[in-house]
Structure formats: structure tokens, C-alpha cells
Write a protein that binds this ligand. Structure first.
Ligand code: 6PG
Length: 261
């Protein structure tokens, strides 16, 4: 099922996405644990995490039962301000660890040059980590046990930003990375700096229960429309980001062509 929700502006979009994310985590925790959430970088993604941090719902979540992953990462040293991880830690995660019982070990950043030599090594290490948690698929979804082809945990929510070129994670239009197999891939010659990255593949993204694509700004409108028209994934990678149970497009009015601006 696909749902498109349009908010008036980027700030409301981030607030609404944060409220929705916290509510979804609470809903899942009412029936099972752990919960697996995949984070995204980008300005809207990080604004969403900042809005989560400021929400009165934060103490309602059992953070000890939440695991946090990433859809992609820039291949930069630990602590680099351009790492999605660094930005997410500053916006939300450091506070959750310090004050709300999120175990530091439940934060699973993608490796960078501080710990591995190449994006491929980083991708392989992350694939192994995902495989180690693949057994978290719960009993209340026995159908998922039999899928067995994608060795990742059952992602409850997988957040994605979208670039003006239609890229999601580090899956860029016309790039060889679109054909990557397995669950993770190293990326070279990214059209957006830095050139080297680590990313989930389409197979890993599509294994998520829910995929939420969060996009704001008029520069995204054309590719949003193309994705919603099921344009070719080679030209609009976002069109290939589809969840098992639900794909949610969370937009601001400028990024949407379906409502008056
Ligand atoms: C990157 C960015 C990128 C980002 C989108 C949306 O990897 O270089 O993180 O993938 O998520 O371009 O970014 P905005 O929300 O800032 O438009």
C-alpha cells in the first residue's frame, strides 16, 4: 500500500514525521520487541530526528528495545561532521543514550575509513552485522521467516531522504550501484560528494515492512512526481524504494505536484 501525505512546509513535515515515527515505535512495542529503525541523513532526515528529540513522547518509548541502522553513509572518518552518523548522534542519539536508556550497542553506524580500508570492506562488515540481527524476525510474522533471502533484521521503519535527482540512500540514477547484489554495497564516483560511500541495496530496502520517503522543496517535485508515476528505477531510484506492508511518501507542499502550492 502506498500513501502520500503532504504537509504545508518543511518544518511541519519534520514535526509530523517525528510524531509518526515515535507513534509507530510505540505501536510496534505494544506487540513485540526489538524494534528496528533505519535512519537517513539529509536536512529533512536530521530535522526529523531533532524533532524526535524535542518530543514529549520520547520517555514513553522503551529505548532499550530499539535498534538504529543507516540506509547509507558517506565514507568519512568517525566524527566527521558530514557523516550521517555524526549528525544523527548530535541531533538525537547522544541524548537518547545519555538520558533515555538507549544502549550504545544498539546504534549501528556504517563503517568508515577509521575502521576499514575501503567502502567494500565497510559494506561487507555491515552486511555481517545485519546478518547477525536477521534472527530478530518475530514469531508474529511467520511468513517472514520463510522469506529467508535477505539477511537483515525485519526493519519496522526505513527512513529515506530523496535528492533532487531522485536518488535514495546512495543509489544514484544511471549509476552501476543500482545493480548491486546482496544487502549492502560500496559506492564509488557518487555524483554527490563525497565520491565514496556505503549503502543498502534495493533488496535490503525493499525487505523493510515500511519505507518512508521524506522530501521537501520545489527542486524535488519533478522526481517525486516521476517516482509516484512509477518511473524507471534507473532514472528515478526512489521509485524502487517500496516497503513490504507500506510505502509512505511524506512531502511538503513544494515537493508535491498533487496539491496547490
Ligand atoms: C547524501 C545526502 C542525501 C540526502 C538527500 C536529501 O547522502 O549526500 O544525505 O542522500 O539524503 O539528498 O537531502 P535533503 O533532505 O537535505 O534535501
Amino acid at each position: 500500500m502506498r500513501l502520500v501525505v503532504v504537509h504545508p512546509d518543511k518544518e511541519v513535515l519534520a514535526q509530523a514525521a517525528a510524531a509518526r515515527l515515535l507513534t509507530r515505535v510505540l505501536d510496534v512495542q505494544s506487540v513485540r520487541s526489538p524494534v528496528h529503525v533505519v535512519l537517513t541523513g539529509g536536512s529533512v532526515g536530521i530535522a526529523t530526528l531533532a524533532a524526535v528529540a524535542a518530543s514529549p513522547l520520547v520517555p514513553a518509548v522503551d529505548w532499550s528495545g530499539v535498534h538504529l541502522w543507516w540506509g547509507d553513509e558517506r565514507f568519512l572518518p568517525d566524527g566527521d561532521p558530514d557523516r550521517n552518523e555524526t549528525q544523527a548522534r548530535e541531533a538525537l542519539l547522544d541524548g537518547l543514550v545519555a538520558e533515555h536508556g538507549l544502549p550504545a550497542a544498539n546504534v549501528h553506524p556504517m563503517p568508515g575509513p577509521t575502521s576499514v580500508a575501503t567502502p567494500e570492506e565497510g559494506a561487507a562488515a555491515y552486511a555481517e552485522l545485519l546478518r547477525e540481527h536477521a534472527g530478530d524476525r518475530p514469531d508474529d510474522h511467520p511468513d517472514e521467516q520463510s522469506e529467508g533471502t535477505v539477511a537483515v533484521p525485519a526493519f519496522d521503519v526505513l527512513l529515506l531522504g530523496m535528492g533532487p535527482d531522485g536518488h535514495v540512500a546512495s543509489l544514484f540514477p544511471g549509476h552501476e550501484v543500482l545493480a548491486a547484489q546482496g544487502t549492502t554495497t560500496g559506492v564509488h564516483a557518487s555524483p554527490k560528494p563525497p565520491p565514496e560511500r556505503v549503502s543498502l541495496t534495493f533488496d535490503a530496502i525493499r525487505s523493510a515492512r515500511e519505507v518512508w520517503i521524506i522530501a521537501a522543496g520545489a527542486e524535488k517535485a519533478e522526481q517525486v512526481a516521476a517516482a509516484l508515476a512509477d518511473g524507471p528505477v534507473s532514472e528515478v531510484p526512489a521509485a524502487g524504494a517500496v516497503g513490504q506492508a507500506r510505502t509512505l511518501w511524506l512531502l511538503d507542499a513544494a515537493a508535491s505536484t498533487t496539491t496547490p502550492k
